[in-house]
Write a protein that binds this ligand. Structure first.
Ligand code: AQP
Length: 322
């Protein structure tokens, strides 16, 4: 069975971009892959400086993973801090990482330009990510489009290490859903936990509707024919329903025909989200009341991940002469 590794930072509430770009792939792949999915808590230290907030975020990401449909019988779910050998692996990889490899990473510049502090942790973040990935010898890394460059850096680092020390790391393949580009947020920029533009499908109905009604649109009048591909409301609808879903084709047709205002499209998106995530919303409430179950899932997930990473770190230590 092919193995899969991916993670999400607990840097805020998960959103439809995380779902469309990453989590939906995890749910599809867990059917016939060996899955390692984690909460990237060390990574979140590059942006979250409030310990209480970080703790709550970490717990919420686990609950949300489970609510969205990750099944602990098929997926090893764990917290990054419960697998601390990733930091040793990160160091071993840092020592074969040329500085220019980090200089070219665009996410550092993007995040600093959006106000994050330019820490060394943020700068070398892709090396820790490479350690997370290479630590479990995965075949595939499913991520959203914005993570493409980071997974390519992981591949480059694995190859650099293998060139120097012999074949220690398996070089994994990137997996990006063909129909999922980068999902825009309510302001039309990349939907992101930290840009205050995200749609959280677990919001209470009233604020959820308000959020959806705030999505930016152009000022085209109701009667005008519209290009669905240029509209953020449609892009989000398509990401939730799926590109091949008849509801997506129907809405596209309404745009193209004219006679539909953006308010109507937003209402359709609101109803779609409530419908698509009804079961997840109920599950999330139940999980919030069962901390013992969540703890046990994490304990078992960490045990499985630690077993894998111990073997990889041991291989890497021997290779470098430690
Ligand atoms: N807008 C998006 N469209 C498609 N995929 C997305 N992902 C994130 N935003 C979108 C995918 O979700 C996974 C989680 O990523 P992460 O938490 O490690 O970091 P990120 O990509 O930086 O996510 P955010 O929400 O933007 O977090 P912050 O605000 O903390 O930077 C990844 O697979 C990502 O591709």
């Amino acid at each position: 069975m092919k193995r899969v590794l991916s993670g999400i930072q607990p840097s805020g509430q998960l959103h439809l971009g995380n779902y469309a770009g990453a989590i939906r792939q995890f749910i599809d792949m867990q059917v016939d892959h060996e899955m390692y999915i984690f909460v990237a808590s060390y990574h979140a230290l590059t942006s979250v400086r409030e310990p209480k907030v970080l703790k709550e975020n970490i717990r919420q990401v686990v609950i949300d993973y489970l609510a969205f449909g990750l099944d602990p019988k098929k997926t090893h779910l764990y917290l990054q801090q419960d697998v601390p050998q990733v930091t040793e692996l990160c160091w071993l990889l840092s020592c074969v990482c040329p500085k220019h490899m980090m200089d070219k990473a665009t996410s550092f510049k993007d995040k600093v330009s959006k106000g994050l502090s330019a820490s060394i942790g943020l700068y070398t973040y892709p090396i820790l990510q490479a350690a997370d990935i290479l630590g479990v010898d995965p075949d595939f890394v499913p991520v959203g489009e914005d993570q493409r460059q980071h997974v390519e850096i992981t591949r480059d680092l694995a190859e650099a290490f293998n060139r120097q020390y012999g074949p220690v790391f398996k070089v994994p393949d990137l997996k990006i859903r063909k129909d999922a580009g980068l999902l825009p947020g309510v302001d039309g920029q990349k939907m992101s936990k930290s840009y205050n533009n995200a749609i959280d499908p677990f919001m209470a109905e009233k604020p959820l509707r308000k959020r959806i009604m705030s999505i930016v649109t152009d000022s085209a009048p109701v009667e005008e024919k519209k290009d669905p591909k240029k509209c953020v409301v449609f892009q989000i609808f398509q990401a939730v329903a799926g590109a091949d879903d008849p509801r997506t084709a129907q809405l596209a047709e309404r745009y193209q025909r004219g006679g539909m205002g953006y308010g109507e499209a937003k209402q359709a998106l609101f109803e779609l989200i409530l419908q698509e995530f009804a079961a997840a919303r109920t599950r999330r409430e139940e999980l919030s009341k069962d901390p013992g179950y969540v703890d046990e899932v994490l304990r078992q997930g960490a045990a499985a991940a630690n077993e894998k990473i111990s073997a990889v770190v041991s291989r890497a230590r021997t290779a470098v002469g430690l």
